[in-house]
Every structure is written in structure tokens, then in C-alpha cells.
Design a protein around this ligand. Sequence first.
Ligand code: NAP
Length: 335
Amino acid sequence: MNNLKQTVPKMKAIVQYEYGSPDVLKLEEVDRPVIFDKGVLVKVRGAAVHAGDWHLMRGKPFFIRFIYGGLGKPQTQILGCDVAGVVEAVGRDVTQFQPGDVVFGDLSESGFGAFAEYVCAPETAFAIAPSDLSFEEAATVPVSALTALQGLRDVGQIQPGYKVLINGASGGVGSFAVQIAKAFGAEVTAVCSEGKIEMVKSIGADYVWDYTQVKSKLKQHYYDLILDNAAYNSPFNYFPFLKTPGTYVAVGGSMGRLFQAMFLDFVTTKIGGRKIKCLVCKPNQSDLIVLKDMIEAGKIRPYVDRVYPLGEVPAAINQLEQRQVRGKVAISIDG
Ligand SMILES: NC(=O)c1ccc[n+]([C@@H]2O[C@H](COP(=O)([O-])OP(=O)(O)OC[C@H]3O[C@@H](n4cnc5c(N)ncnc54)[C@H](OP(=O)(O)O)[C@@H]3O)[C@@H](O)[C@H]2O)c1
């Protein structure tokens, strides 16, 4: 009889077995992920909190339970889609990475799992991390900056000289969008809450107004492109400010407004000469490399509000949910 029992290596992770407030998140010892042929096992050093994390934590809006599985209780037990770390091992079919590589990645289509000491995901989820960022800074980039990039470049078709309006400019997506739009040679007007105006100015916006000043300060028929990270109003409310032709892109906000923009995007190409679009960001390895190059060229830089240790992920998510974050909050996983 073979007495040598194979022990599965353990790791610390933030797990959730039910939907609810940040109290449902627990720091526990769980099995380390097992590497697969096309998988890269990463020792996580930094993670970041994203709006999607608190939606998945709460299971709200309800339809996300259909998308990510787990109608009554979550199927995804370890959250976290933004990650940076060091490659520990690679599966036998992996061609792009080797142990020791410093990577960052977007796990939103790879099963999540960044709030843990190790994660394993397909190699296409990762890229070599920007050289001059800490792990925590690098981890704040993937989802938010990919969203900003794809919203401005792919959906918004940004051009040098464009007048761009970014609504919800103080959060994760907005803080990257301001910088990416400037890097494309646009003039940027940003809108955020009053207490965050100085922060948004500090990352390069040309004009910054708070939400209450939108009607009085924004110029009529002036903006070529509006990126709306806080779509809580009808897209038609922005038409007086949009040029003809011009494009409104809904990124985040209330479900009703996002569905409205998605519906209009689907059924029409233009309304009164202007486009209404709704962004669905996709993880994309080549876009991660675009962002790495922009960071290394000094064109964009993450704005990190605060770094929490792994055990304080619930506090980090709470800070984000309470709209108390400037830019991003990061998680440090002790090396
Ligand atoms: N379409 C996609 O593929 C995609 C991808 C990623 C994210 N998103 C969505 O895009 C949105 C922005 O993401 P993010 O990571 O930038 O979020 P975030 O870091 O939480 O920032 C939220 C931004 O929206 C503003 N805001 C205005 N009114 C708000 C309200 N009533 N409730 C909450 N925020 C409000 C905030 O302004 P102040 O902080 O100045 O108050 C802040 O600038 C979220 O809804 C997210 O779910 C969509």
C-alpha cells in the first residue's frame, strides 16, 4: 500500500461563498490553483479593485449571476480581475512566458482569482508588465485602462485635436481616459465630483467641472466625443454639447441608461447626425502591450489612491463602493 499521500500546496485567498456586503469576503487558506497545459501560474504581488468586483460580490445587478454563474450563490469564489506578479511556472504549451517574468493581466474572462497568493490563467490574459511601475501600480492598469483605451480609440475613434468630454473622470476608467485622450492629442474636459477636481486637474485635464456645473460650463455643440463613465442621465441630455457629427459612448452607470445606449447603438447608426454607442470592453493582450508602451513612454501613469494588504480587500471594496476613491485602490500581496 502506498502511504505517500500527495499534499496539495495551500495559499491565502479572499473567498466568498454567498452574495452580500463586504462581510461575505473571508481570508482563508485554500488549495493553490493547478497549472494546465496552456496556463501560466503567477505568484501574485499586486491586485486592484474594480467596480465589477463589488457587483460580483453583491450579485447585483441580478443578470450578472447569469453571465458569471451562480444564481443563488457565487460560482466565482475568489474575485479580482486585475493582477500583477511573477511567473512561477508555465504549462507545457505556453510559448510566451517563462518562470521569473514579471507580468500584469486581466482575468475577467479567465475565471478571476487575483485576490490570492497565486493564480493560474491562459497566457493570453497576461503581458510583460511596464518596467517602471511597482506591482501594485501595474495591477491597477489592466481593466480600467483597457476600458478607457477601447472606449476612446475603438468605439469613439478619437483623433488628434478632438474635443473630448469625459464624464466620471475621477475613478479608475476616467483617470486613465483623461490621460489616454491627452496622449492622442485631444483637448480634454472632465467632469467629476467637487472634491476630486484637483486630482483630475493633476492628471492633465484641460478643464474640470463638477457634476452640478455641467449645464452652465459645458460649451454648446463643441465636443467631438463624449465618454460617459457615469451614465445616470439620458444620452440625449448631452446632445446640446455634442457636435454634428459627434459620438457619445456609454461606458458605465445605471443599468437602465446602459441598456438605453445599447439599444440605440443596435437599432440606429446615427440620430440627428450623432452616434450613440455602448462599450463592452474585451480583455486583449495586444492592448495590454499598447498600455505598457504608453506607460514606459511616460504618456500615462496610474493614479493610486491607497494600497491595502490582502486581508483588507473588504475595506478596499467598501471604499470604492462608497465613491471615496480617487483613481484606483490597489492590493498588496506580500512577497
Ligand atoms: N463597458 C465596459 O466594458 C466597462 C468596463 C469597465 C468598467 N465599466 C463601468 O464603468 C463605470 C466606471 O468604472 P470605474 O472603474 O471608473 O468606476 P469607479 O472607479 O468607481 O469610478 C466611478 C466614476 O463614476 C462617477 N460617478 C458619478 N456618479 C456616480 C454615481 N451615482 N455612482 C457611482 N459613481 C458615480 C464617479 O465620480 P466621483 O467619484 O467624482 O463622485 C467616478 O468618477 C462603472 O460603472 C463600471 O462598472 C464598464
